[in-house]
Ligand binder design. Structure first.
Ligand code: SF4
Length: 462
């Protein structure tokens, strides 16, 4: 065995991807002492260094895995690697996560990085621990190409949560677990032009674009394991028509033992009424988050009907309002809305429609947050190749650009939380349109803030 003791950390401030828990569980089952820090609260470089020193002393790992899943944290991930090598030059470092995998050729040349895992990580990481290499999904400085032949799918029943009582580095980390994300499946079939998690990007990063859903018994096991460590479970959900309906799937995986927990569902498309009713019965508190390409129905329909943009099916206002009515009738449910400012093909009429829908939605007492993010560049998102066609310009296209923005985050006096991260926006070339959308943003923001003040609920971020 090359590496008997392994530490896994994220590069985000706050909660890292729960993929670290799955990796550590997998290694533990193979006899490796794997530890994981899930929550990182260190807001500046000095605290970051102190914490890494503490983790290295406590775990004494010969291998540290650093996840760079999201691109705003590239610089922080590299900073973590640098600190580890300064403190412990013999410790090997392996990067993983979507962004590390996507930009492996750029990142492997950093002297503090020994290896990068491409795509799914369980088996390659175990191979690395056992032998110091892996026949697939692992590159080092001498690699000429990146093999991604290990691809997890619905048959990967050896990937599940276990040993959670052993893998958290310390008790404080467990106490900071406000929520745990449990995978019901992975990947997406759509190609929404703004999304770095789209099928095309996933194909390049994970070697497969085909989404899959995990076996119900495996998901039930994960939920059983996670419930002792958190009060809230997160789900990121879409369902491809298959052998089971969405309703039957939920009914099967959510047992009575979860009734004391809260659940947060990121629904990619509007859930069916029966699904909402069922979920409200399954958990003590339910939050449903829906994803709209624009607040304006006209804009949503135009985006959806432009094949070049690949936007997933968008709901009509009527369907959104029906969902709000339904949630309003539950006693324990909340509805969040995620939407994007600054999409292509916007018109002045759309800006009015944005305001009109916001005015309607704030009347619902079960409205939680409206999170209105500005359109920004993401590695692998199809918009990187076509924004000129829509008379827009990018603030980032290459690895170096994304690295620059991640450095803005790292160099701030206090590392920003997810609401305040610096993103490379995509902007209209038309200055008038740009000014009008900014004004519209402030107007809608004002409507939402008024509601926050009145009801002490709801938030907005750029
Ligand atoms: S935004 Fe579109 S492409 Fe991205 S995960 Fe959601 S449905 Fe898939």
């Amino acid at each position: 065995m090359m590496h008997k003791r392994v530490l896994l950390v994220g590069s985000t401030l706050g909660s890292a991807t729960s993929g670290l828990l799955y990796l550590a569980s997998y290694l533990r089952r193979a006899g490796i002492e794997a530890y994981c820090q899930l929550n990182d609260t260190n807001v500046n470089k000095a605290l970051l260094k102190n914490n890494i020193e503490r983790l290295l002393t406590r775990v004494d790992p010969s291998l540290v895995g650093v996840s760079i899943k999201w691109f705003p944290h590239i610089a922080r991930g590299l900073e973590i690697c640098k600190i580890i090598k300064e403190l412990s030059p013999d410790t090997k470092i392996v990067l993983g996560g979507n962004t590390a995998s996507y930009y492996w050729e750029k990142l492997i040349v950093y002297p503090d990085v020994d290896y990068i895992i491409l795509g799914d990580g369980e088996a390659p990481l175990l191979n690395l621990c056992k032998t110091g290499s892996s026949p697939s999904n692992l590159v080092d400085i001498d690699s000429e190409y990146g093999d991604i032949s290990y691809i997890e799918n619905e048959k990967s029943t050896d990937v599940y949560l276990s040993h959670l009582n052993e893998i958290f580095v310390d008790d404080d980390d467990i106490k900071r677990c406000n929520n745990i994300f449990v995978y019901t499946g992975k990947r997406c079939n759509s190609n929404c032009f703004y999304c770095g998690g789209c099928a095309t990007a996933m194909n390049r990063t994970f070697g497969a674009s085909k989404p899959f859903f995990r076996d119900t018994e495996i998901v039930k096991n994960d939920l059983h394991e996670a419930k002792a460590y958190t009060k809230k479970i997160l789900f990121d959900f879409d369902f491809e028509p298959g052998k089971m309906s969405q309703l039957d799937y939920f009914d099967e995986i959510f047992s009575d033992e979860l009734k004391q927990l809260s659940a947060y569902f990121y629904f990619w498309k509007l859930p069916q009424p029966a699904t909402v009713n069922l979920l409200a019965q399954k958990f003590s508190n339910l939050t449903i988050s829906i994803d709209l390409a624009s607040l304006s129905e006209g804009h949503r329909m135009r985006l959806q009907s432009t094949p070049d943009l690949g936007v997933k099916p968008q709901p009509k206002d009527k369907e959104i309002i029906e969902l709000f009515e339904l949630v309003e009738n539950q006693t324990n449910a909340t509805l969040d809305v995620n939407t994007i400012l600054g999409m292509p093909m916007v018109t002045m009429q759309d800006l009015d429609e944005n305001r009109n829908l916001a005015e309607k939605l704030i009347n619902y007492k079960m409205l939680g947050e409206i999170q209105w993010g500005r359109l920004h560049a993401q590695p692998g998102a199809p918009i990187l190749e076509k924004c000129e066609k829509y008379d827009m310009k990018l603030l980032a296209r290459t690895f170096e650009d994304f690295l620059k923005f991640s450095r803005f985050n790292l160099d701030m006096e206090e590392y920003p939380d997810w609401r305040n991260l610096k993103y490379p926006y995509i902007l209209y070339n038309d200055a008038k349109l740009f000014a009008a959308t900014l004004m519209n943003y402030q107007e809608v923001n004002g409507i939402l803030k008024k509601r926050v003040l009145e009801k002490d609920r709801g938030m907005l971020h750029t």
